[in-house]
Design a protein around this ligand. Structure first.
Ligand code: ADP
Ligand code: ASP
Ligand code: MG
Length: 407
């Protein structure tokens, strides 16, 4: 009978002709085992960054729909090359761009969400032994425009396709051999997790662990897609993303993530009266700018206060435009910005039943002389904002403090 599988290969896995040939051999193995295969590929490593830089060199605040036309182009090259490499091995294969399938998205350009995928044609072709090679990261809006899913979005294309095809598995092949307790490139003592829960993986991904795109985890969780992360270069078991009841011994903290992608804005001496927060954050939301952490200090004189918040670093220019537009109405002295910050998060479902997790975090950072600029928490996550230069020190110290270091 065989299985229906979606195999996704990221940028480093398709970085050159030799690596694409390696991808083709892996696909061939699955086809030979009698499986029906759809492959999702990213652009070659570095290509999407170059495309973004090209857009930036003309306009740092471009029309988002045209930005998408440019940055989606990297994947067009890799689907074609991958199909050609499969042909060379004697396999039947066809490439597909988002609009050809179609993968329908909403019109939130540069951060679009997938609404629906018509998998019928692909399924029929797969049943006849043809490998379907699908461009990750892109889809088409109701207006017929190309849309992209946000950086790292090919994972989401793969999982959504797996859900649409009712695939038995979605395998995410990448340049690490699984999900680790922390980014193994920064914390050498990070350990590979054999299993991680959907919830933890979602928090890790949303907190910056780019090994999976956050939305991909959400879709896998909601559509019960069997998702695993594994190496495209080595044959060894990866990490399986599972339901909580599949994990016997739950660590209090199972992962630590970080992001340098945020920027901090402090509105100084904002009038302290009802409606101010709404007057600031309403227009930011209307401009499509996501606000992450918010800290409002107590007013000393009862008249004014400081409001600090974080947003995506790339959105800083747009946010400042919005703030300029509302300054006369809201009244504040100035908007001070700081892009040299990072957010460090500790994550674990065990936090629900254990006390003292936050305390250990704060004590560890204090012992290392790291000042905390803002704090936010959820049921299974604690995040702190710190000076960017302390990121590595904080990650390693916390990794040790929570007993995550490998032997
Ligand atoms: P791809 O191009 O295959 O999508 P990405 O660069 O997007 O690959 O994601 C893989 C990278 O994610 C790894 O090289 C690693 O540096 C990083 N990463 C961050 N956090 C983790 C983690 N907890 N476990 C594994 N990798 C992580
Ligand atoms: N090529 C896109 C990016 O670099 C999508 C992806 O790699 O998942 O963001
Ligand atoms: Mg990725």
């Amino acid at each position: 009978m065989g299985q229906t599988i979606v195999m996704k290969f990221g940028g480093t896995s398709v970085a050159d002709a030799e690596r694409i040939a390696n991808v083709a051999r892996r696909v061939q193995r699955e086809v030979k085992a009698g499986n029906r295969v759809a492959v999702v590929v990213s652009a070659m490593a570095g290509v999407t960054n170059q495309l973004v830089a090209q857009v930036d060199s003309i306009d740092r605040m471009p029309d988002q729909a045209e930005y998408d036309v440019v940055v989606a182009s990297g994947e067009q090259v890799t689907v074609g090359l991958t199909a050609i490499a499969l042909h060379k091995l004697g396999l039947k294969a066809r490439s597909w761009l988002g609009w050809q399938i179609p993968i329908r998205t909403d019109s939130a350009h540069a951060a679009a969400r997938i609404d629906a995928i018509d998998g019928d044609q692909l399924s029929r072709r797969m049943a006849k032994g043809e490998v379907q090679v699908v461009a990750g990261f892109q889809g088409v809006t109701a207006e017929g425009r190309v849309a992209t899913l946000g950086r790292g979005g090919s994972d989401t294309s793969a999982v959504a396709l797996a859900a649409a095809l009712k695939a038995d598995r979605c395998d995410i092949y990448t340049d690490v051999d699984g999900v680790y307790t922390c980014d193994p490139r920064i914390v050498g003592k990070a350990q590979k997790l054999a299993k991680v829960t959907f919830e933890e993986m979602l928090e890790m991904a949303s907190s910056g662990a780019k090994v999976l795109h956050p939305r991909s985890v959400e879709i896998a969780m909601n559509h019960r897609v069997r998702l695993q992360v594994l190496s495209s270069f080595e044959d060894k078991p990866g990490t399986l993303v599972v339901d909580e009841d599949e994990i016997v011994e739950q660590a209090v903290v199972s992962g630590i993530a970080f992001t340098r992608n945020e920027a901090k804005v402090t509105l100084q001496r904002v009038a302290d009266r009802p409606g101010v927060a709404a007057a600031v954050f309403g227009p930011l939301a209307d401009a499509g700018i996501n606000v992450d952490m918010i800290v409002q200090s107590a007013s000393l004189d009862g008249k004014s206060t400081d409001i600090t918040f974080t947003i995506g670093r790339a959105e800083l220019p747009r946010a400042l435009e919005v703030l300029k537009a509302i300054k006369r109405k809201v009244k504040f002295d100035r908007a001070a910005t700081d892009a040299e910050i990072s957010k460090v998060s500790v994550i674990g479902t065990g936090m629900r039943s254990h006390a003292g997790v936050a305390r250990r975090m704060f004590e560890t950072l204090a012992k290392n002389g790291i000042n905390i600029q803002a704090i936010s928490t959820s049921e299974i996550k604690i995040s702190v904002l710190i000076e960017e230069k302390f990121t590595e020190l904080a990650l390693r110290a916390l990794h040790t403090a929570y007993g995550l270091d490998s032997a």
